[in-house]
Write a protein that binds this ligand. Structure first.
Ligand code: ZN
Length: 108
């Protein structure tokens, strides 16, 4: 399944409910699901990780559907040629130094 097909599936399944909720609250559910994915990773449960990862993706697609953003084209535009910062595959950017991270700076 392509990303665009997944987005169409999520739209078909949840668009009405998502529209009533609106993009900000839908994005809040996405953040909640990210937290659940982190918990599953910490527990080391592959079954839970798979389920939570699917939920994160579904809520991301729901949020973007409401904003009229096609994730497949956005992803290809940003990552289709490799790292958006250095342009290489694999990335040649210096590794993110977590201990020095000051916020607002991403390694992407
Ligand atoms: Zn890079």
């Amino acid at each position: 399944m392509r990303i665009s097909e997944a987005q169409a599936l999520i739209r078909e399944t949840y668009h009405e409910r998502d529209s009533e909720r609106g993009a900000p609250l839908t994005a809040l559910h996405l953040v909640e699901e990210l937290g659940e994915l982190l918990e599953a990773i910490r527990r080391g449960s592959e079954e839970d990780i798979r389920a939570e990862a699917a939920d994160v993706f579904a809520w991301l697609l729901s949020t973007l559907d409401l904003l009229g953003v096609n994730l497949e084209s956005a992803f290809v535009e940003r990552y289709g040629s490799g790292c958006p910062r250095c342009g290489f595959k694999p990335c040649r950017c210096p590794p993110l130094q977590v201990g020095r991270w000051s916020g607002g700076v991403s390694d992407r």
